[in-house]
Design a protein around this ligand. Structure first.
Ligand code: PMP
Length: 428
C-alpha cells in the first residue's frame, strides 16, 4: 500500500470522504487522491516521493507557483513580528491600497478570510443598500458554499430557485433566481418579471467553476445595462479571475465597472484571504461606519496580508501578465493539436493564465454546453496524465491554471505527456 493510500484510509476515518473540501477526493475522475508532502515552483511532491507538474495551483491562488522566495521572505518576516493582533496594522492598509490601485472600482473594501465570506457579505450589503431581497446568479457559476448560492434553477425561465443541498432552507433558496450564463435575453426576461425585487446580479465574469467558459462580448455590457435600468447592483465575483486574467482582473479585461467586487485566492498569495469592495457610498454602509454587520476575528491577518502584498508586487512587474498569457496560449494550443490529430473533438479556451479543455466540438457558452462534453474521456485522461507526472484539476468542471514558475520546458514536458495520455485514455 502506498503512503498516500495509507493516509487516505486514516483521513477517511477522521474527515468525511477523507478530505476537507469535496473536490479533492477525486470522485469526479475516479481513483484516490495523492497526499502532498511538499511543493516548490510548479511541482508537487507526494508522500511517496512522486512529483507532478501542478496545473491546479491550489485552485488559483498560486500565480507565482509554490513557495516563491519573495512571498516566503515576506511571510517569515511577518511571522517574526507575531501572527495575529486582533487590532489594525500597517500591512492591511498597504494591501488595501495596492488592491485599489490595480482595481479602482474598489473605492473601499473589507478583508475577510475566504471567497465564501466575501460573496456572503457582498450580497448582504446589496440587499441592505437596495432594500430588495432577490439575487440573480448563473447556472454553473460557484460563489462559495453559503445557503443562498447552493441553488439550482426551478423549471422554466424566471422562476425562483430550489435548494441544491439538504440543509439549505427553501425560503432562502427561493430568494435566488438563476439564468444561463451568456444568455442576455434570459436575463432580460428575469428582470421583466422580477426587476423591481432584484437586489443584485452576481456573476463569475469568466466562468471557472464549470470548466472554463469565456463570456460572449455582449453579455457583460447587457448585465451592466439591465442592472442600471432596474436599480440592481452588479457584483463581479473575481475570487478566481482577480489578478489572474489581467493585472486589473476581469473588470479591466472586459472594460466593465461593477458596483461590488469579491476577491480571494491571489490576494492572499495562498493564505486565507478574501475581500469585498466597491463603490464608497455602498461600502460606507458596512459596520462600524454603517449599520450592515460583518466582522472577523482573523480578518486582515498580518501574515496573510504580507503574503498577498508580496504576491501582488511580483505580479506588478512589467510584462508579467503578457508573458504568462503567451505561455498559456502555447500550452493550450499544444493540447488542442494533440486532440485534433487523433480526431478527438475538443474545445479549448484561456484568459490570462486561466484555461480549460472540454472534449466536445463546442462551442461551450453555457453550463448545459459544458455538461455535453465527454467527462468519461476527461476522467481517463486525468488518470493517465497523473501517472505521467502531470496534475490536472480532478474534475472536467474546473478551470486549470499556470503559474509564473511553469517554464517553457515544463510546458513542453506537459504537452508531450498529455499527448501520450490521450492515447492511453482512449485505449482504457
Ligand atoms: N467564488 C468563486 C468564483 C470561486 O471560484 C470560489 C472558490 N473556488 C469561491 C467564490 C469560494 O471561495 P472559498 O473557497 O475561498 O470560500
Amino acid at each position: 500500500m502506498s503512503r498516500s493510500a495509507e493516509l487516505f484510509e486514516r483521513a477517511k476515518d477522521v474527515f468525511p470522504g477523507g478530505v476537507n473540501s469535496p473536490v479533492r477526493a477525486f470522485r469526479a475522475v475516479g481513483g484516490t487522491p495523492f497526499f502532498v508532502a511538499r511543493a516548490a515552483g510548479c511541482r508537487l511532491t507526494d508522500a511517496d516521493g512522486r512529483t507532478y507538474v501542478d496545473y491546479v495551483c491550489s485552485w488559483g491562488p498560486l500565480i507565482l507557483g509554490h513557495a516563491p522566495a519573495a512571498v516566503l521572505d515576506a511571510v517569515r518576516q511577518a511571522a517574526e513580528r507575531g501572527w495575529t493582533y486582533g487590532a489594525p496594522c500597517e500591512v492591511e492598509v498597504e494591501l488595501g491600497e495596492a488592491v485599489r490601485h490595480r482595481m479602482p472600482a474598489l473605492e473601499m473594501m473589507r478583508f475577510v478570510n475566504s471567497g465564501t465570506e466575501a460573496t456572503m457579505a457582498a450580497v448582504r450589503l446589496a440587499r441592505a443598500a437596495t432594500g430588495r431581497e432577490l439575487i440573480l446568479k448563473f447556472e454553473g457559476c460557484y460563489h462559495g458554499h453559503a445557503d443562498g448560492f447552493l441553488v439550482r434553477a426551478g423549471s422554466g425561465v424566471a422562476t425562483l430557485g430550489l435548494p441544491d443541498s439538504p440543509g439549505v432552507p427553501a425560503g432562502i433558496a427561493g430568494l435566488t433566481m438563476t439564468a444561463p450564463f451568456n444568455d442576455a435575453p434570459a436575463v432580460e426576461a428575469v428582470f421583466r418579471s422580477h426587476g423591481d425585487r432584484i437586489a443584485a446580479v452576481i456573476v463569475e465574469p469568466f466562468v471557472g467553476n464549470a470548466g472554463f467558459i469565456p463570456p460572449v462580448p455582449e453579455f457583460h455590457p447587457a448585465l451592466r445595462r439591465l442592472c442600471d435600468r432596474h436599480g440592481a447592483l452588479l457584483i463581479f465575483d473575481e475570487v478566481m479571475t482577480g489578478f489572474r486574467v489581467a493585472a486589473g482582473g476581469a473588470q479591466e479585461r472586459l472594460g466593465i465597472r461593477p458596483d461590488l467586487t469579491t476577491l480571494g485566492k491571489i490576494i492572499g498569495g495562498g493564505f486565507p484571504v478574501g475581500a469585498y469592495g466597491g463603490r464608497a457610498d455602498l461600502m460606507r454602509q458596512i459596520a462600524p461606519e454603517g449599520p450592515v454587520y460583518q466582522a472577523g476575528t482573523l480578518s486582515g491577518n498580518p501574515v496573510a496580508m504580507a503574503a498577498g502584498l508580496a504576491t501582488l508586487r511580483e505580479t506588478a512587474r512589467a510584462g508579467f501578465y503578457e508573458a504568462l498569457e503567451r505561455r498559456t496560449a502555447r500550452l493550450v494550443a499544444g493540447i488542442g493539436d494533440a486532440a485534433r490529430r487523433r480526431g478527438i473533438p475538443v474545445t479549448l479556451g484561456h484568459a490570462g493564465s486561466m484555461w480549460g479543455v472540454y472534449f466536445t466540438p463546442g462551442p461551450v457558452r453555457t453550463y448545459a454546453d459544458a455538461k455535453g462534453a465527454d467527462t468519461a474521456l476527461f476522467a481517463r485522461w486525468h488518470g493517465a496524465a497523473l501517472a505521467r507526472g502531470v496534475y490536472l484539476p480532478p474534475s472536467a468542471f474546473e478551470a486549470a491554471f499556470i503559474s509564473n514558475a511553469h517554464t517553457d520546458a515544463d510546458l513542453d514536458f506537459t504537452v508531450t505527456q498529455l499527448d501520450a495520455a490521450l492515447d492511453e485514455a482512449r485505449a482504457r
